[in-house]
Design a protein around this ligand. Structure first.
Ligand code: PLP
Length: 388
């Protein structure tokens, strides 16, 4: 197909007839907000992770899930939470919602996940929590992070927005020995409910608090209220909670998307392997492979121009756009955004790995609706842009 005939978007969701039928079923049922489909989705999610000691709590975004997890852990003014500069602002903004402060640290230049040494160096007596991000869908160095955090009583909340399904040393992300893990079902994530997320924890107190705070601080959610034997009109407000519940319309999507999470991952891994093979001889840094035997969710496929390449990242993206290929950059580091920079007086020199990677990185399309011809088209365009 000629490059002018069609634009290959950077990302597209794959929604099938089963999802559509389930959404229609929710609409016809008369129950469109949180109810039986969300309950089923939560149960299916715990079953998917394969550990019945976990509780899955559906929310309307991963941002909401991160906020609820930190709130339930009691994070507040005077506390510090450490995360990486190389992430989406949601990871850090939730800390500010609670009046606590963010300590941004640099990444490991190979994985773009939080550098354990940088994490350790940023710890102060006020450090209460660390939020590792499983960047692109490859697990962060969790053994190192836990070895630093646990003895100091620092809580660990995983930002797993990219990491469904991902494994770390054979364990599925969501089942590790951390305080909570948060997944995203935003439109461009590995499975989608349009907007949505899942907070997963093994801590019953955290789960109870998050369930209450997810819906106005009501002591029982709507599903319980309208089905339990206690009077249907009765509820108690125990805190000024939030409005973070997932709708059954979204839950309907989630039920079927979750069934496809593994086949979706396989297709994305296939595309990543095709890219890896096609770019092996180019002056680029390819994304790091997962540890041997581990699953990489391949939410993103991020290429970096190496030092010898003369073309700039911006020119590279323009050339790809001119060929009808959508690209993106993950991420403009937080230390370059006015809010974060001004709030904490951040300087690019303090984040050399993130800064250098940012200047040379671009993300290629990687999603299940791409055909082999689409993949080939991206390969050809990248090779051509690099003078092949
Ligand atoms: C997408 C994303 C989020 C936020 O997810 P939402 O569901 O849109 O709130 C948080 N962290 C990272 C790393 C993300 O990519």
């Amino acid at each position: 197909m000629s490059t002018r005939d069609s634009f290959l978007p950077f990302a597209l969701p794959e929604i099938g007839e089963e999802e559509i039928a389930e959404v229609v079923d929710a609409l016809r049922s008369g129950w469109v907000t949180t109810g039986p489909k969300v309950r089923k989705f939560e149960e299916a999610f715990t079953a998917f992770l394969g550990d019945s000691s976990l509780q899955s709590i559906a929310i309307n975004s991963a941002t909401a899930g991160l906020h609820l997890a930190l709130e339930a852990l009691g994070i507040g003014p005077g506390d510090e939470v450490i995360t990486t500069t190389h992430t989406f602002t949601a990871t850090a903004e939730v800390v500010r919602y609670l009046g606590a402060d963010v300590r941004l640290v640099d990444v490991d230049p190979a994985t773009m996940c939080i550098c354990p040494r940088a994490f350790e160096a940023a710890i102060t007596p006020n450090t209460r929590c660390v939020i590792p991000v499983h960047y692109a869908g490859r697990a962060a160095d969790m053994d190192e992070i836990l070895a630093i955090a646990k003895p100091r009583g620092i809580k660990v909340v995983e930002d797993a927005a990219h990491a469904l399904p991902t494994t770390y040393k054979g364990k599925t992300i969501g089942t590790l020995d951390t305080d909570a893990t948060v997944f995203s079902f935003y439109a461009n994530k590995t499975i989608t409910t349009g907007e949505g997320g899942m907070l997963v924890t093994r801590d019953p107190a955290l789960a109870n608090r998050a369930r209450v705070m997810r819906l106005h601080g009501i002591s029982r959610d709507a599903f319980d209220r309208f089905t339990a034997k206690t009077p249907s009109w009765y509820y108690e407000i125990v805190a000024p909670g939030f409005k973070y519940n997932l709708t059954d319309i979204a839950g309907a999507l989630g039920l079927h998307q979750l069934k496809r999470a593994k086949p979706f991952q396989e297709r994305r891994a296939e595309i990543a392997a095709a890219y890896d093979a096609a770019f092996a001889d180019l002056p680029v840094i390819r994304p790091p492979a997962p540890l041997a035997g581990d699953v990489h969710a391949w939410h993103l496929y991020v290429l970096r121009l190496d030092d010898k390449t003369e073309i700039t990242r911006d020119a590279m993206i323009e050339l790809l756009f001119a060929e009808g290929i959508g690209c993106s950059v993950h991420y403009i580091p937080l230390h370059l955004h006015p809010y974060w920079q001004e709030r904490y007086q951040l300087r690019a020199e303090d984040f050399p790995h993130s800064q250098k990677a940012y200047e040379r990185m671009f993300s290629l399309p990687i999603y299940t609706r791409m055909t082999d011809a689409d993949v080939q088209r991206v390969v050809t365009a990248v090779r051509r842009a690099l003078g092949d």
